[in-house]
Design a protein. Structure first.
Length: 258
């Protein structure tokens, strides 16, 4: 069977560990290769940058070789995006900015093969280019794929109970910036109303047997806020942010010693 690192992430979550990952938005796969020994997972972002699917594939290969799980955030719930990402071998997939439970249900169905869903068949790389027996692969794919909906709108929050009833949805992930914006407080991610909403989402998700994650910058203090809300897995910063912060810290240290 094809090796999978997403189940190791699941095991850590079930054991109560905080799972940490890095966001990937740069195109060079050596970024992922360099960071792989440090992270539990990669959040490869196709929503907010110019990364191509060819660059994404390089990151998926580097993540697998480095022993880290790979989760891709697609730009939209369009079935064409879902097929291209999953048939390239992503171990997890994130739907951003959903507005309704029906939208999430359609996304989940498109991620799961029949009889669980309606995913079309064409998994060249995930099936090791035909080396894996088809039925074995189908069982593994439906069992192991990590399917995630991002909670970023007050409309989806209003339908949260229905979202959490969707079979085949593994996790919710908070988008604190857009969620705060949807509540009329863009950027006020630690406002009491925003924090209370995130805490409620996390509590309901875990009560329904779903994991709960969050995307955020490389911010230790805000990470603690999210963990206190009940968040279990965090994409805490990303490639370009680590580069800038590391450069600034090194240069400041050098100048301080002059």
């Amino acid at each position: 069977m094809i090796s999978t690192h997403i189940n190791r992430m699941r095991e850590k979550l079930r054991a109560g560990e905080i799972v940490l990952g890095a966001g990937i938005s740069l195109c060079d796969l050596t970024v992922t290769e360099a960071l792989a020994p440090l992270v539990d997972f990669f959040w490869i972002d196709l929503e907010h940058n110019a990364m191509t699917t060819e660059s994404m594939l390089g990151h998926l290969i580097a993540a697998r070789a480095g022993g880290a799980a790979s989760i891709v955030r697609i730009p939209s719930g369009d079935v064409a995006w879902i097929k291209r990402v999953l048939d390239s071998g992503a171990e997890g997939i994130i739907l951003p900015r959903a507005y309704s439970a029906s939208e999430v249900a359609a996304f989940v169905s498109a991620c799961r093969y029949p009889p669980m869903g309606t995913r079309g068949f064409g998994p060249r790389r995930p099936m090791q280019y035909g080396r894996l027996p088809q039925q074995d692969y189908l069982k593994q794919a439906n069992r192991d794929l990590f399917v995630v909906a991002q909670v970023e709108t007050k409309e989806l929050v209003a339908e949260l109970d229905d979202v959490l009833k969707i079979e085949g949805l593994d996790s919710l992930v908070l988008g604190p910036q857009d969620l705060s914006g949807s509540m009329g407080r863009l950027g006020e991610t630690t406002h009491p109303d925003v924090v209370a909403t995130m805490r409620m989402i996390a509590s309901k998700a875990k009560a329904a047997g779903k994991f709960i994650g969050a995307g955020l910058g490389a911010n230790r203090e805000f990470a603690r806020v999210l963990i206190d809300c009940g968040v279990q897995w965090l994409q805490a910063g990303g490639d370009f942010e680590y580069t800038m912060k590391g450069c600034a810290a090194t240069f400041n240290d050098i100048r301080a010693g002059m």
